[in-house]
Ligand binder design. Structure first.
Ligand code: G4P
Length: 528
């Protein structure tokens, strides 16, 4: 097997999806501990704090208790390399999260044992379903009283429409929590707060028939467990690898992230069964991870990670081949060859310069605005990966400057921040307005804050008569010109220079569509 095939086969690239407060951050921290990426629990939170010291606008993130940025964490575990892509936590950032989920091979869903399936989990699950992303489930906070486990599985099955295959099963819950049974190996892992960090640290019995188990948990509890297991085995499905990989079945684990209980059982199963990078579609052909030539696509841009240097980092997911520092690759959008120098990896909490990277890995490429979300990079031939869309925003505001002399700065700031993808920036053909579109209202606050903090521009956002936007496509140049003339009042240009119809009302949009035959009005723009 080639180096590329071997390295690709040991990669596990995934994201955690959950409703805020279910325990994503805590679980991330524990997973990193197993990878030896951080020394002490709590580092993820303290890392958040030290990052916000670097970039002040993150103070907003802390104030609101949300995670605006997402990052990438890589750690080795049991001969595998795990890449964990963080998804932004707030509901406003659906589009951002969507794009992160296009860059992973599988997902881990965290559910609070007391709350069950929550609204945001449902939305994220819908996104995963678009690509049949395989999903494992961790039911968290077992150290607290929660819902009946069988009812929870029923809820996952009926609300999320995915079959459950419990892999571990809880013995009690809350005050009565005694441990979990591994339904595949038969092992019983006792819950011992303050321990349980590793297998070596835990009391493990080979099966529920071990006489010592009864001594530890008592005969009544053991009898109860036996009854319950019988019920579970009768009512649920055994783990089926093919169904899991097809996104039709989710293996379920129970545990307590904060106590690091049940986490290693999850991680062991995850590195064994979660998919390695799989082939990806481009506009011309499918690309297999084992191909020797480097390919990848950009799913996220982060501007001004370090305001001192005004740098911008494009996050590229590698789909095939080997990346070596300084190599050249074609950028699909421009067709030009670009040198990929100064790539970063996000091992542990520091950014480090990487020398090599493989399929499934994510690298951060420094640039000054030359790279956009959706750009593909490829060695040897120009390839465009598909499926990384920009959605039409649903909310619009006009930027208003307090100091008119700062117009240039404002334009630059809006254009650069919109490159990150959470907001979109439009300039009407017939006015000097600067219009910002977003999927959630919070975005306008974030942008106003960052404009002030990073560009020294005091701007506010006021309502504007735009209900929705559609990208215009028409292959017939004459028709397009005619359309432009007739509709100039409602047309604008987006940050990438594409023509957009800014509809004052939905009715207006409908009429305009009816009148313009041969012109397409698109609700998403695939990054070309
Ligand atoms: P999130 O990233 O999904 O939003 O959740 P996060 O990990 O921040 O966890 C949310 C809260 O739930 C935190 O409490 C965290 O300590 C707690 N938590 C996580 N896992 C468990 C668990 O297994 N059992 C129990 N009982 N609690 C858990 P907090 O009070 O909001 O924050 P903190 O002050 O404890 O850090």
């Amino acid at each position: 097997m080639s180096d590329v095939s071997l390295e690709a086969a040991r990669r596990r690239t995934f994201a955690i999806i959950s409703h805020p407060d279910a325990g994503k951050t805590t679980l991330t921290e524990k997973l990193l501990l197993f990878g030896g990426a951080i020394q002490m629990a709590g580092s993820v939170k303290s890392r958040k704090t030290s990052r916000s010291a670097t970039s002040d606008w993150m103070a907003l993130e802390k104030e609101r208790g949300i995670s605006v940025t997402s990052s990438v964490m890589q750690f080795p575990y049991s001969d595998r390399i795990v890449n964990l892509l963080d998804t932004p936590g707030h509901a406003d950032f659906g589009e951002d999260t969507y794009r992160v989920l296009t860059a992973v091979d599988s997902a881990l869903m965290v559910i609070d044992v007391a709350k069950g399936v929550e609204e945001r989990t449902i939305k994220l699950m819908d996104v995963c379903r678009l690509r049949d992303t395989p999903i494992m489930t961790f039911i968290n906070k077992l150290d607290r009283e929660g819902r009946n486990p069988i009812d929870l599985l029923d809820e996952v099955e009926s609300v999320l429409g995915i079959q459950c295959a419990p892999v571990t099963w809880p013995i009690g819950m809350g005050q009565r929590l005694k441990g979990v049974v591994h339904l595949v190996s038969g092992e019983v892992h006792l819950y011992e707060p303050g321990r349980n960090f590793t297998r070596q640290d835990s009391t493990i019995f080979a099966s529920i028939d071990d006489p010592k188990l009864e001594e530890r948990i008592g005969a009544p509890m053991l009898a109860e467990l036996r009854d319950e297991l019988e019920l579970v085995q009768g009512a649920s499905h055994p783990f089926d690898l093919a169904r899991y990989l097809a996104g039709q079945q989710t293996p379920v684990f129970f545990g307590s992230a904060v106590n690091n209980f049940g986490v290693q059982l999850l991680l062991d199963f995850f590195v064994e069964h979660a998919p390695a990078p799989r082939p990806r579609a481009t506009t011309s052909r499918e690309v297999a991870p084992s191909e020797p030539q480097l390919t990848g696509f950009v799913f996220k841009i982060q501007a001004n990670m370090d305001p001192q240097h005004r740098d911008r980092v494009a996050f590229m997911r590698i789909c095939s081949g080997k990346f070596s520092a300084g190599m050249k690759a074609f950028q699909s959008r421009t067709g030009k060859e670009l040198k990929l120098a100064n790539a970063l990896t996000f091992m542990a909490s520091d950014r480090e310069i990487v020398e090599t990277a493989w399929p499934g890995d994510v690298i951060g490429i420094h640039n000054h605005g030359t790279i956009s979300i959706g750009d593909s990079f490829s060695e040897g031939e120009v390839l465009h990966f598909t499926g990384i869309p920009n959605f039409a925003p649903e909310l619009f505001r006009r930027a208003r400057l307090r100091d008119p002399l700062k117009l240039k700065q404002l334009q630059k700031g809006l254009a650069q921040l919109s490159e990150e993808g959470a907001t979109q920036f439009f300039r009407p053909l017939m006015s000097n307005d600067l219009i910002l579109g977003a999927v959630g209202t919070l975005q306008f606050d974030v942008v106003a804050y960052r404009l002030k903090d990073e560009y020294g521009v005091d701007a506010s956002f006021e309502p504007v008569q735009v209900a929705t936007a559609r990208w215009i496509r028409c292959d017939d140049a004459r028709k397009l010109e005619e359309f432009r003339e007739k509709n100039a009042m409602n047309l604008g240009i987006d940050a990438a220079g594409q023509l957009v119809y800014l509809a004052p009302t939905r009715v207006n949009l409908q009429l305009a569509q009816e009148r313009a035959s041969g012109v397409e009005f698109l609700a998403t723009r695939e990054h070309a």
